[in-house]
Design a protein around this ligand. Structure first.
Ligand code: NPG
Length: 377
């Protein structure tokens, strides 16, 4: 029997948030974040979902413009057609459509938030969080100069961040890593290549072993799982997969193949927080440490990530940073770093509220979709 109250409609809102500084990775430079927010309206209240798709198909094939179409044309009508707001039914109801995990996950998040707000349970409680705060980690983009990098990392360490992740690419790898290690000593340090290398770079990547890194994240292409297994045998630094892990099934296969010793979990990448919990469970069952990734979320997604990062298997610090890492003004009350940690929200649902004036100020487009009609503004 399906559980839950009636789902009356979904508001789709596209917002554009400027970043405090350009964020450069091996796949491009972001200066603003395009976000799709979903507001699920049920007979018992409402809930928010955030879609982490990027503006362009660079990190993954899914991106904002196609996500908008897919949500409007396929996913939202199917979920409204369920007639009931049951978070466990959302992703299964969309199963016959391939891919678009970020959109599927965002819809599930909105319905889950609505359900939890109505029942008074927090995301942390629903997911099985075991900590009330999580260590804050920060992802540092590729910079124009090494001086700028040292200054930026120093600033984050002063703020209390407990772990630094450096974005790398060919031409920006050994030198910045060596410099940060030499300048700041025994900090928790790791690197993320976003699939920028090939197996032919193995000898070069081996040189990173000298810097006592926690891990190297996604050195090779998304689909090169076997090549990651080969690379893992040639490096001492553990390999962590991100882009390659699109589901609990993919995680189980990659682990079996020896392609990763660590997994980054992002709810959007795997199609929602419920699947993220399953990825976590598969990894824990296989003694694979996990940590919570980030996708430059607003306070809404950031609050959910803090809850996910508090699961028992999350034994490494995640990309769970304060709102100020990316936004001068967040959509919610700011998520803050305190004594090197981020508090897991305890209120019902996400435990944070969007500021409606702020939301209006950054909104580019809104649609209200019910079972029989769609209104755009
Ligand atoms: O802290 O939210 C954050 C960003 C962490 O570096 C980060 N995310 O490849 O993991 C990544 C990267 C990313 C950002 C990927 C945006 C895709 C979009």
């Amino acid at each position: 029997m399906a559980e839950g109250t009636r789902l009356e409609g979904i508001e789709v809102r596209r917002v554009r948030m400027p970043l405090v500084a350009p964020f450069r990775t091996s796949f491009g430079t972001q200066t603003a974040k395009d976000v799709i927010l979903l507001r699920a309206v049920t007979a018992d209240g409402e809930g928010w979902g955030e879609c982490v798709a990027g503006s362009d198909p660079l990190y993954a094939s899914e991106y904002v413009a196609v996500a908008m179409t897919t949500l409007r044309e396929y996913f939202i009508p199917a979920v409204l057609g369920l007639g009931v707001a049951d978070p466990a039914l959302v992703v299964p109801a969309l199963d016959r459509w391939k891919g678009y995990r970020m959109s599927k996950g965002a819809l599930e998040m909105a319905v889950l938030d609505a359900r939890l707000r109505a029942t008074g349970q927090s995301f942390g409680q629903a997911l099985g969080a075991v900590h009330d705060r999580v260590p804050a980690g920060v992802s540092v983009g590729i910079m124009d100069t090494l001086n700028e990098l040292v200054e930026t990392v120093g600033g984050y360490l002063d703020e209390g961040y407990q772990r630094i992740k450096l974005k790398i690419e060919p031409g920006w790898d050994l030198e910045p890593v060596r410099l940060i290690r030499e300048t700041f000593g025994p900090i928790q340090l790791q690197v993320d290549a976003n699939a920028a290398y090939t197996l032919g770079d193995a000898n070069h990547l081996r040189k990173l072993d000298a810097f006592d890194l926690l891990l190297i994240e996604q050195p090779l292409g998304d689909e090169n799982v076997l090549a990651h297994a080969k690379l893992a045998r040639r490096l001492d630094t553990p390999i962590c997969l991100d882009e390659s892990i699109t589901s609990a099934r993919a995680a189980a296969d990659a682990i079996k193949l020896g392609a990763c010793g660590i997994v980054n979990i992002k709810a959007g990448r795997v199609g929602g927080y419920l699947e993220a919990r399953r990825v976590h469970d598969v990894c824990v069952a296989n003694d694979i440490p996990v940590w919570c990734g980030g996708m430059v979320e607003t306070g809404l997604g950031r609050a959910a990530n803090a809850a996910l990062a508090a699961l028992p298997g999350m034994t490494l610090p995640g990309d769970v940073s304060a709102s100020t890492r990316f936004y001068a003004e967040d959509l919610t009350e700011p998520i803050e770093i305190e004594h090197g940690g981020i508090a897991v929200p305890t209120g019902p649902g996400l435990g944070v509220e969007p500021d409606l004036d702020r939301l209006e100020a950054v909104t580019v487009h809104t649609e209200w979709i019910t079972a029989n009609r769609s209104l755009a503004s």
